[in-house]
Design a protein around this ligand. Structure first.
Ligand SMILES: Cc1cc2nc3c(=O)[nH]c(=O)nc-3n(C[C@H](O)[C@H](O)[C@H](O)COP(=O)(O)OP(=O)(O)OC[C@H]3O[C@@H](n4cnc5c(N)ncnc54)[C@H](O)[C@@H]3O)c2cc1C
Length: 411
């Protein structure tokens, strides 16, 4: 096999979009994943406006719109009282043609991207794992393993899209600073009825409980994200917890009657940003570079933003039209975005469980002061998935970065 220009490690949403954009721009990458199959759980649901704008350029926005569910209203409930209803379309009017939240489960989303990638002539090599990365005087060597068979690959560039436990990041010795919130969350895809199963988004809080209700495409189905009771499972391991262990108060006062739980999982929420997003010709993207609270539904979308940012630059350099200096802007732009996003979602998260914090049940293991919510402008930017202006901490204040040319690929 000839050596690829770009080796993409990981075929989650970040790696898939990177591969698709590169392929459309005329650079055929090699993309590997250690798993035999793509993910089968719904995980990230919200597809942000900026992602849809990118998909419009790739000619796949219509497929996503046809399969997803548009949510135009968001409601806030506090201690059983309905305190606000916001029209998302009005918030985003004039900013984006996609001024709503689009709900499209990650497993279906990945399958759509895999089909689009196959149409672009790229096949994912499955059950191929990156085990180590070396630099030699002759260049970079990626050590791969597939069903016990070892091989080497010598790409010009490596894109680490290999998730939060990234071997690309660890093999470069790049730190992943931040913390982990102590509270245990659950996600459940349910069949249910009740007044708040009305196709709108609902966020509900009280002193000890928290719930977000995302409507799914089929009527009577929703994704619930909430907190697991502190006394749940009597200290049993996390994977033994079930729907019976979730906090019920908020579900009850939202009058959601759950008739079937189709998928249930628990998780701890982390907030971390890699120290660096680049080491020579090796780049970190997506969860390999940043993880944060699901507040705002930005995790997957930010990885897709990383992928597009890097893809057009890599394609321009590999195809010989641009100087390698073009790649220098990737890290300051995306690390700035990630730091800002982690800080914003951290503040929103802490705000949403302030009362829990007072009881120290949601306290992050890395303690810090509780700060005020971000401004409405910051929220609007964050909701759209747009980078906020560079802050001094990002190291890019005052620097001009090359902008992505307005590309719309042939369908
Ligand atoms: C339960 C749950 C609920 C979530 N809910 C939300 C939500 O509501 N909103 C939101 O925005 N986000 C949510 N997320 C986060 C979201 O799923 C991630 O942000 C997103 O999957 C990141 O995409 P990625 O491609 O960067 O990484 P991943 O999806 O983690 O993909 C990484 C890929 O790399 C592969 N890989 C890893 N190591 C290697 C290796 N050494 N060699 C080869 N391949 C390798 C893996 O098999 C995997 O396919 C949720 C996550 C979970 C677990």
């Amino acid at each position: 096999m000839s050596e690829p220009d770009v080796l993409i490690v990981g075929a989650g949403p970040t790696g898939l979009v990177l591969a698709l954009w590169l392929a459309r721009a005329g650079v055929k990458p090699r993309i590997i994943d250690k798993l035999a199959e793509p993910g089968t759980s719904s995980r990230a649901l919200a597809v942000q406006a900026r992602t849809l704008e990118f998909y419009h350029q790739l000619g796949i926005a219509d497929r996503v719109l046809a399969r997803g569910r548009q949510v135009s209203f968001a409601n806030m409930w506090i201690a059983g009282r309905h305190v606000a209803r916001a029209e998302l379309g009005a918030m985003g009017a004039g900013i984006s043609p996609y001024a709503y939240a689009l709900i499209y489960p990650q497993d279906e989303h990945e399958r759509m991207l895999i089909d689009a990638l196959a149409q672009a002539g790229v096949t994912i090599e499955r059950e191929v794992e990156l085990t180590a990365l070396d630099r030699t005087p002759e260049g970079m060597v990626a050590h791969l393993s597939s069903n016990g068979r070892r091989s080497e690959c010598r790409p010009a560039f490596v894109a680490g899209c290999d998730g939060s436990h990234s071997i690309v990041r660890t093999s470069l010795g790049i730190g992943f600073g931040g913390g982990t919130y102590e509270h245990l969350f659950y996600v459940a895809d349910v069949e249910a009825s009740g007044a708040t199963m009305n196709g709108e988004l609902h966020v509900a809080l009280d002193a000890t409980d928290f719930l977000v209700v995302f409507p799914l495409k089929d009527e009577g189905r929703a994704r619930l994200i909430g907190t697991v009771r502190e006394d749940a499972g009597g200290g049993a391991p996390r994977d033994h917890l079930s729907w019976n262990d979730v906090g019920r108060r908020v579900i009850e006062w939202l009058r959601i009657d759950v008739t079937r739980v189709r998928w249930f999982s628990t998780y701890h929420v982390h907030h971390r940003v890699a120290q660096r997003f680049r080491d020579g010709n090796i780049f970190l993207l997506g969860d390999a570079a940043h993880v944060h609270s699901p507040v705002g539904g930005q995790g997957m979308n930010t990885g897709i933003g990383d992928a597009v940012n890097l893809a057009w630059k890599l394609a321009s350099v590999v195809r010989g039209g641009a100087s390698a200096a073009l790649l220098d802007s990737y890290e300051p732009e995306r690390i700035g975005f990630a730091r800002r996003l982690v800080a914003t979602t951290d503040r929103a998260y802490r705000r949403s469980c302030r009362r829990c914090l007072e009881r120290s049940s949601c306290a992050t293991r890395r303690s810090g002061p509780f700060r005020r919510l971000p401004s409405s402008t910051a929220i609007a930017r964050s909701a759209k998935g747009m980078p906020a202006p560079c802050m001094p901490a990002t190291g890019c204040r005052g620097r001009r970065h090359p902008r992505m040319p307005p590309i719309i690929f042939n369908r």
